[in-house]
Ligand binder design. Sequence first.
Ligand code: ADP
Ligand code: MG
Length: 372
Amino acid sequence: MRRLQQRAPGRRLIRGKAAFLKKTALAAAFLAVPAGILSGCGTKEAETFSVTNFVMDTVLQETVYGSEDVTEDIRALLSDLETEELSWREEESEVAQINARCGAGERVPMSDDFYDWTAVSLDLAQKSGGAFDPTIGDMTRLWNIEGENPTVPPQADIDEALSHVGYENIQIEEAGKTIAMGAGCTLDLGAVGKGIACDVAREYLKEQDGVQGAVIAVGGSILTYGSKPDGTAFRVAVQNPDEENGSYMGVIDLTGTACVSTSGDYEKYFVQDGKRYHHILDPATGYPSESGLSSVTVVCPDAGEWKEYAGLLSDGLCTACFVLGEEKGMELLEQYGMEGVFIDKDHQVTVTEGLRDSFSLLSEDYVIKESE
Ligand code: ADP
Ligand code: MG
């Protein structure tokens, strides 16, 4: 990615939030390994650098294996990604500028990276039949599930917000890398921000000679990179949707570089009149999606047509699959050639074929559905 190559070495970067502002439920987690393991070849010592920070409104957990500690560089890169590009709250960010100018009816130029992220997001919107929609930001803000006292919005407000939602209202043009939007429509890449962060981290790591392997977990999106010094697989845990943080339904063993994201209805929600309202919205209704699933985990490899966007896609695909439900979600994964784990409300677990050998069930409360 161009932006990363241009960064001058040692450039001082803006600091993100130093403290954890709130407790965020992690959808998936990297199972920790002992520090300071010797590298596989036995000649060069690979150290383990582990650090936890708060960035992009979520917990950032970094584990880097190698001779060089690049954890702070990655944290700073992701903090920049948030403030300079993806954050709605930063007036100067690229997304805020695009929305301000497009709202005034202009066709607006985009950076190369932003253009690519938007193009992949629109491809996913189209292939998912609008189940994933990057124009849903107004609806998310209306529900304000992360606010102080969220309540179900009045139907009239939902209808009003719905009238602005629709990825078809965005036109991008490849030659000049420009975007134009219909009146009232807004672009929000927040739903894939953590996945984009994994992509940015991966491209940076590829340029670091001193790094052998890494696990970078940005909220519910996790990048596994390279290899572990002891040669064992990376173990990515899938949260048990019924339990508190840290209780796992299963684990996926991964070798090499990949991105894994989970969307679950237990992550962010409120309860009103005994009913649970969660943060994954169905763009067709404006209400939290009810597709019979509790969570979807998607794995995208560092290979094939989408390799540069493995993080973005894993993040967007798990949201899309959650909204679509198991059957259509599986079809969507097939279209992209990606793998996943679906957990339904009856505690049935469906694992796509390519993951069956690497997935292990950890909780007795769940059963793996027999494949046809
Ligand atoms: P996050 O990416 O915030 O960790 P998810 O991956 O579960 O969480 O995605 C849900 C977030 O994406 C919501 O907080 C909301 O901002 C946005 N969102 C919710 N429903 C949709 C949807 N159908 N399409 C696109 N974005 C959505
Ligand atoms: Mg997401």
